[in-house]
Design a protein around this ligand. Structure first.
Ligand code: DQA
Length: 147
């Protein structure tokens, strides 16, 4: 299985950004761990991060041809980007949404996800572990035919 892990705006600041909320590990730590995790589960993991909405949309479109599934943390775009929602709705590979923090225990504006309704599911508030669980969920969803 080929998985694209997409991280949106400000997630390149992991490690220095609000460590009380997001922890002290960096995006590089996360991506390294996911590559190793993928190998254990016979999955090829590729990671992409951007702070730009259009670049995220392009990556989602391209993934439809090149990957079997997507794990995405759209960052704050989760809460208002109809363009990212439409990009996810336009592709046919399954998408799992991940949030490191428990968005439901935070500010009101974080309680809404405009992207969630077009994803296969969400994993929220479990820290970096959420990305690994999302890879396993994709594997389960896609089935044994594309190991
Ligand atoms: C986040 C939650 C969002 O509300 C926030 O804007 C982020 C990160 C998370 O992973 O918890 O950038 O998606």
């Amino acid at each position: 299985m080929r998985v694209l892990v997409i991280n949106g705006p400000n997630l390149n600041r992991l490690g220095v950004r609000e460590p009380g909320v997001y922890g002290s590990n960096t995006l590089t730590d996360l991506e390294k761990d996911l590559l190793t995790f993928g190998e254990k589960f016979n999955s090829e993991v590729t990671c992409f991060q951007s702070n730009h909405e259009g670049d995220l949309i392009d990556a989602i479109h391209e993934a439809d041809e090149q990957y079997d599934g997507i794990v995405i943390n759209p960052g704050a775009f989760t809460h208002y980007s109809y363009a990212i929602r439409d990009a996810i709705a336009s592709i046919s590979v399954p998408v799992i949404e991940v949030h490191i923090s428990n968005v439901h225990a935070r500010e009101e504006f974080r309680h809404t996800s405009v992207t969630a309704p077009v994803t296969a599911g969400q994993i929220i508030g479990l820290g970096f572990k959420g990305y690994e669980l999302a890879i396993l969920a994709l594997k389960d969803k896609i089935g044994g035919s594309r190991t």
